[in-house]
Ligand binder design. Structure first.
Ligand SMILES: Nc1ncnc2c1ncn2[C@@H]1O[C@H](COP(=O)(O)OP(=O)(O)OP(=O)(O)O)[C@@H](O)[C@H]1O
Ligand SMILES: [Mg+2]
Length: 206
């Protein structure tokens, strides 16, 4: 049975699709079988997959009403099932998090994003699903970062050690269905992605 990792955040544009796709490619390169489930009506993950034209990534066609059964089915024959889940629909979020092994909530270092993370944190707590917050698009210098992190309160314990910087390569690579690591394996974006991958693997193994 494979692991299910869900990327969810109520606030739009936090980085769910970007982070999920970057990790998917790293796991494929590491020899894992990876299935992707795109539950977002915008279908941006599916568009990235189509641009990529890569048969090693399995995209599973799903719909909200059958998301949890599709997830259960997918984990039977894949090492990893990565789910792109919009966070605004709480009943969908609950259904998905019930079946999830770990949920990653990307969060930009701003109070608005931090406040919005609470929906996912609460849903995860209802089902005792481990939840971690990923700081994304972190600027090189931010004098207010500590103040923003303080607004997390108790949820500060959920912060992943890995962070992703605000780096053009993450967006640029998406233009033709690739990842920053594929553009340059030695870039900061690539290093950060691999560190995140290793940290999540450690959590799944714990
Ligand atoms: N670390 C990063 N550095 C620079 N740009 C980033 C980074 N992460 C994401 N982006 C950019 O931010 C925007 C939003 O990212 P993305 O679409 O992945 O977020 P999302 O949470 O999936 O959004 P939505 O809620 O619309 O589905 C995109 O333009 C993406 O290229
Ligand atoms: Mg998205």
């Amino acid at each position: 049975m494979g692991h299910i990792i869900t990327f969810a955040q109520q606030k739009g544009g936090a980085g769910k699709t970007t982070v999920l796709a970057h990790l998917a490619v790293e796991w494929i390169r590491a020899g894992k079988s990876v299935a992707l489930i795109d539950l977002d009506a915008q279908q941006s993950l599916s568009r990235w997959v189509a641009l990529r034209g890569d048969s090693s990534l399995t995209r599973i066609e799903s719909k909200s009403y059958r998301a949890s059964s599709d997830m259960k089915q997918a984990r039977k024959n894949h090492d990893l099932v990565l789910v792109d889940c919009p966070g605004a629909d709480t009943s969908l979020l609950d259904n998905v998090l019930r079946e999830t092994d770990i949920v990653i909530t990307p969060c930009q270092p701003s109070p608005v994003d931090v406040w919005a993370s609470q929906t996912v944190i609460d849903s995860a707590a209802r089902f005792r699903t481990p939840c971690r917050i990923l700081l994304n698009r972190v600027p090189p210098r931010s004098s207010s970062l500590e103040d923003v992190l303080a607004t997390l309160g108790e949820a500060r314990t959920l912060l992943l050690e890995s962070r992703l910087g605000n780096r053009v390569a993450f967006a640029q690579a998406f233009l033709d269905g690739r990842t920053a690591g594929e553009l340059s394996g030695r870039s900061a974006a690539a290093r950060e992605t691999r560190a995140l991958q290793a940290e999540i693997e450690g959590l799944l193994a714990a």
